[in-house]
Design a binder for this molecule. Structure first.
Ligand code: ATP
Length: 439
């Protein structure tokens, strides 16, 4: 059997649309630039990713979760440096007005949109925060921002969480939520969008210990991506070296090899006391931690953060899972080979024909297994076609109820990857499936 992996992002974009994973936002109006909607299967996949991250990051003694609001006091973004410094250098082509990020293109090359030579304006800084106004009166005092990162909702709640949950250093606060950036050049499907979801954790540590925790979190986060089923050969660390954001004293990315090349999927940053220190100064609140283990010394903790884009990780999972077996032949089949816990649909239940005596046991199974997992009931088309559809959406198991079922009270369970079929007594199906998933 031959196998082909994903080479062209367009193949994935069309599968995602055809099978109900991801649609263009506002599609009936022609879409809205780089905004995407998750469909029925996409949201299952997304929830699986979020649950897996949430469990890995907060079902532990030293990390608590929060869900902060998207709109925050405008001074938050002054303290964080975003009002003054969160910008990308932008150039316009004087011929066609196309806009580019100056740090992402060769300014001496012709415009990649119209081919004009030496046509770029001087780079200007463009702030990436979306602005809106709060309340009925639109004046400068009512300007608020859509958060460009979830981290600040964690910093502003540092004292609340530390005191209510009686936390001692080191400890972390985790959050999943939307972030917004008015990116100059969004694109590549859900890789870079203007509205996206982040899964972030800020780990508060004693100053001087940040390097040790940086190493620890690099290891934990690397392993998480492997546990999600990603191919280790397609992962690597990128050390930022001295090329650091305004708040960091060290930074590593976990990069994935997308069909568009290697690029960042997660950032692991040592943010020092930059954020808490600035919030303490601008708010006038005392954000010191009193270290009872060290003679009641007072200090602002240092922070090591792990920040992964939920959508970017989903794109990696989709690219990684996509394979075409026997490409170009009559037996060609497209498979999304997710690990079982990531699959949007865990089990498909298929009565061989649309007949009441087959549908009755099938519906019973559907009811029983739906208490455990997201299942799909599919009664239309040939069995072969139904298997192909389930392969394409990554369903690990298909259960067929056929005429023999009425005699032997057993069903056929087909494995997505091996395509092997096993005959299992109806009364054992629940245990069989539970054992297969192991959760
Ligand atoms: P980039 O260099 O790609 O713009 P960044 O270094 O600014 O990203 P961070 O601020 O470190 O990104 O954000 C953490 C994570 O959030 C990234 O690793 C990425 O997975 C995700 N992310 C950031 N910007 C976007 C975006 N516009 N669309 C989708 N995901 C994003």
């Amino acid at each position: 059997m031959s196998e082909k992996k994903l080479e062209n992002m367009q193949d994935l974009v069309s599968l995602c649309k055809r099978r109900g994973f991801i649609f263009q936002s506002s599609e009936i109006y022609g879409g809205l630039g780089s905004c995407w909607d998750y469909g029925p299967l996409g949201i299952e996949l997304k929830n699986n990713v979020k649950n897996s991250w949430w469990k890995a990051m907060t079902y532990r003694e030293d990390i608590e979760g929060v869900d902060a609001s998207i709109l925050m006091h405008p001074l938050v973004w002054k303290a964080s440096g975003h009002v003054d410094g969160f910008s990308d250098p932008m150039v316009d082509c004087k011929e066609c007005n196309a806009r580019f990020r100056a740090d992402k293109i060769d300014l001496s090359a012709p415009c990649e949109n119209c081919g004009a030579k030496e046509s770029f304006t001087e780079p200007r800084e463009f702030n990436l925060m979306f602005e809106t106004t709060m309340g009925p009166v639109k004046d400068s005092g009512s300007t608020v921002y859509l958060r460009p990162e979830t981290a600040q909702g964690i910093f502003t709640n540092f004292l609340n969480v530390q005191s209510t949950m009686r936390k001692k250093l080191p400890f972390g606060i985790a959050q999943i939520g939307k972030a917004f950036r008015n990116e100059i050049t969004p694109g590549n499907f859900i890789f870079r969008t203007r509205e996206f979801e982040q899964m972030e954790m800020q780990y508060f540590v004693k100053p001087g210990t940040q390097k040790e925790f940086m190493e620890k979190w690099k290891e934990i986060r690397w392993q998480w991506h492997l546990d999600q089923g990603l191919d280790e050969k397609k992962l690597r660390f990128h050390d930022h070296g001295d090329d650091l954001a305004h708040y960091a004293d060290a930074a590593f990315d976990i990069e994935y090899e997308f069909p568009i090349g290697w690029d960042e999927m997660e950032g692991i940053h040592s943010r020092t006391d930059f954020d808490l220190g600035n919030h303490a100064e601008l708010s006038g609140k005392n954000l010191n931690y009193v270290d009872q283990m060290d003679g009641n010394k007072k200090y602002i903790p240092y922070v090591v953060e792990t920040s992964v884009g939920c959508d970017r990780h989903i794109l990696a999972l989709l690219c990684d899972a996509y394979r075409v077996e026997n490409a170009g032949t009559k037996e060609e089949r497209v498979v999304l080979g997710f690990i079982p816990k990531m699959a949007p649909i865990k089990v498909a239940i298929m009565p061989l024909m649309k007949k009441p005596d087959l549908e009755e046991p099938a519906r019973k199974l559907m009811d029983e297994l739906s208490q455990l997992y997201k299942c799909e009931y599919d009664v239309s088309g040939s069995i072969g076609k139904r298997y192909r559809r389930q392969d394409e959406i990554g369903t690990p198991y298909c259960i067929t109820v056929d005429y023999d079922t009425l005699e032997d009270k057993a069903v056929t369970i087909r494995d997505r990857d091996t395509m092997n079929q096993e005959r299992i007594p109806l009364e054992n199906v629940r245990t069989y499936i539970l054992n297969k998933f192991g959760f």
